[in-house]
Design a protein around this ligand. Structure first.
Ligand code: NAD
Length: 481
């Protein structure tokens, strides 16, 4: 069986412990490869390599850095098929999704930041005839990048690409649940001629590798995407060390559907925003609020369409819903379905493990689930489930639905469906979320700020905001007279 390796100082190596963690294919429920069980000793090597590479990389002209980064983008595109296969096996997501979203987006991340760095400029502030200030934006040093399992290569590269383009060296850790495409990326970085030590990828558990990166004195900047609890722990370690910190955390996103919406567009998009990637996208809408005049119609149509979604073999084009990422995650989601029932909810469809025959019978498949009859403030409607489970609730008034939408500790994304542009703007202004989609979902322009408010995170990724994070501003004031 294949053994994944760490990528340290330009080389692929085993962990110092020589121990391995099982890597499970969730579509079959079987171990299919091994992940290095690295620890702080491997992180130490990676940080030392990154530190040693930093002076030269940070002074490499950005045109040259850009060329290498664009080469990585091109190699991802050339290897799209193999990377998509690997992502689908590792994560359980449908191959179609990996091919059309995850891997193209990983290439776009490198392409976008490889070109954006050529256009990134700093400010100058003139004090009339007294002085002029200009701001230098300098790379910080060794950046620690830690990412989750739901969009493995997509989110891993969303951090690494701007960090490298801005002139930092990186020690990165993908999720131990889905490490394969990060490993394949390290092979592509070697092919692209990325100088040794510029990017280092250490595999293993969060409490060992992740923690060692966050706590390392020579890593002054941490970019983290993952759960809110983990984010709070990381902030607790990093804040007293005065590290720069970007946290992209959990969500419990509302969809607000008004009766005057374009019904067909809304319905088909709501199916996607509920069940794409088995509901395991931090931007999925999991609380669906529907204006009362169309509630019954929506409920019937939504349930009918959802029941038609084929669940199973992620490599079959007919499948629209693949496996959830792991057995513990599947069990957690099912616990929430039980909780919803205890809280008085009615399961309109799904609510249980899907029965798949043959090769995939041991995989972690769940039927897409719709629940109604719950109060907006019950635990099911307040806590992140992160699976193919949504709740539907009617509303009568705009103020009422805003109160429901804003009632959780989270504030990542939201969707609003209405043809009334004034109402749409009003909701957008008053909703507590970092992202508002009006009459669409998951439409992304990489130049826009990305991130959440409240317990959904701190800081923004995307566009030049990422460069602002991955560089340190230094003001230089020159007296003229
Ligand atoms: P997680 O917090 O369990 O793990 C995320 C990463 O952190 C993994 O690489 C893990 O190994 C590492 N980690 C765990 N403990 C650590 C520690 N003590 N120190 C340092 N690193 C540690 O999250 P997950 O289960 O992999 O991902 C799902 C979560 O991610 C959901 O809550 C989801 O909403 C969130 N998410 C947020 C966004 C966003 O952009 N806001 C995007 C995707 C996923």
């Amino acid at each position: 069986m294949q053994k994944i390796k760490n990528y340290i100082n330009g080389e692929l190596k085993e962990s110092i412990s020589l121990q391995y963690i099982d890597n499970i294919d969730p579509s079959r429920g079987k171990v299919y490869s091994f992940i290095p069980d690295s620890d702080e000793r491997d992180v130490e090597l990676a940080v030392a390599a990154a530190k040693a590479a930093f002076p030269e990389w940070s002074l490499t002209p950005k045109e040259k850095r850009s060329k290498i980064i664009l080469k990585i983008a091109a190699l991802i595109e050339e290897n799209l098929e193999a990377l998509a296969q690997a992502e689908s096996i590792d994560n359980g997501k449908t191959l179609a999704l990996a091919k059309t979203v995850d891997i193209p987006r990983a290439a776009s991340n490198f392409h976008f930041y490889g070109t954006a760095i050529l256009h990134y400029a700093a400010h100058a502030h003139s004090m009339e005839d007294t002085a002029i200030n200009y701001t230098l934006r300098q790379p910080v040093g060794v950046a620690g990048c830690i990412s989750p399992w739901n969009l493995p290569l997509y989110l891993f590269t969303w951090k690494i690409a701007p960090a490298l383009a801005a002139g930092n060296c990186v020690v990165a850790k993908p999720s131990e649940v889905t490490p394969m495409t990060a490993y394949l990326l390290s092979e592509l970085c070697i092919k692209a001629g990325l100088p040794k030590g510029v990017l280092n990828i250490v595999h293993g558990y969060g409490h060992k590798v992740g923690n060692a990166i966050v706590a390392h004195k020579d890593v002054p900047l941490i970019s983290f995407t993952g759960g809110t609890k983990t984010g709070a722990h990381i902030a607790g370690v990093a804040a007293p060390m005065f590290k720069k910190l970007s946290l992209e955390l959990g969500g419990k996103n509302p969809n607000i559907i008004f009766a005057d919406c374009d019904y067909e567009k809304m319905l088909s998009t709501t199916i996607h925003s509920s069940f794409s990637n088995q509901g395991q996208i931090c931007l999925c809408g999991s609380r669906i609020f529907i204006e009362r005049p169309i509630y019954e119609k929506f409920k019937n149509d939504f349930v009918e369409r959802t029941k038609k979604l084929e669940v199973g073999n992620p490599f079959d084009e007919k499948s629209k819903v693949g496996a959830v990422v792991s057995k513990p995650h599947m069990e957690k989601i099912l616990t929430y379905v039980d909780l919803a029932k205890q809280e008085g909810g009615t399961v309109l469809c799904g609510g249980k493990r899907a029965t798949i025959t043959g090769e995939f019978s041991e995989g972690y498949y769940l039927e897409p689930t719709i629940i109604e009859g719950l109060a907006y403030d019950c635990r099911t409607n307040q806590e992140e489930i992160f699976g193919p489970v949504v709740t539907i609730m009617p509303f009568d008034k705009e103020e009422e639905v805003l109160m429901y939408a804003n009632s959780t500790i989270y504030g990542l994304a939201s969707s609003v469906w209405t043809q009334d542009i004034t109402k749409a703007h009003r909701i957008a202004q008053n909703i507590h979320a970092g992202i508002v989609w009006i009459n669409c979902w998951l439409l992304r322009d990489l130049r826009t700020p990305f991130g959440g408010v409240k317990s959904s995170g701190v800081g923004r990724e995307g566009g030049f905001e990422a460069f602002d994070f991955f560089t340190e501003p230094k003001n230089v004031c020159i007296k003229i007279k």
